[in-house]
Design a protein around this ligand. Structure first.
Ligand SMILES: [Zn+2]
Length: 168
């Protein structure tokens, strides 16, 4: 391996799929927050609702949530992940312990778009941020949106965007 590779961020978390019921309380709470805010998505064009939540570093331990906010001109659209992070940063939080993304396609996990991956990566610095991705099933009751056996993709921003660009 070239020495020039050493400064490039590599995954610190092994990507796995686990059952929702096996997650710890903090990560369940993060997914629930993402699911809740997804209901507020402004998606009149795509009708594709996404919710996201980020937990700030352990010393502050706050959750910021965001939904996608679409626009008639399309380009100004903000994804759920960027909405959540922008809310957090504007409130004075720039360090994140974990993130969650919730949306629904029947046959695949919905993972962050390329723009959001770069946006999340900005706040990872030299430390990876775990990301939990689950399916939002609209037929479930809002109080119990996830079942114990629901699959959750446990990944991280360095998995989603390896060898990423950042400021040096
Ligand atoms: Zn996005």
């Amino acid at each position: 391996m070239s020495d020039l590779m050493k400064g490039l961020a590599q995954p610190e978390v092994k990507e796995t799929v686990v059952e929702y019921g096996t997650l710890d309380t903090a990560n369940k709470e993060l997914l629930l927050a993402a699911h809740l805010v997804r209901q507020r998505a402004y998606a009149p064009y795509s009708h594709f609702k996404v919710g996201s939540a980020f937990r700030t570093s352990p010393t502050t331990n706050r959750i910021f949530t965001g939904c996608n906010v679409e626009n008639a001109a399309f380009t100004p659209t903000s994804c759920a992940e960027r909405t959540a992070l922008t809310k957090a940063v504007s409130e004075g939080y720039q360090q994140f312990a974990a993130g969650a993304v919730v949306a629904y396609k029947p046959d695949v996990f919905v993972s962050p778009c390329g723009v959001c991956r770069q946006f999340i990566r900005e706040f990872a610095g030299s430390t990876d941020i775990p990301i939990y991705i689950a399916q939002a099933r609209d037929e479930r009751s809002p109080e119990v949106p996830f079942a114990s056996e629901d699959p959750v993709l446990c990944t991280s921003i360095f998995n989603l965007l390896p060898n990423s660009f950042h400021a040096y």
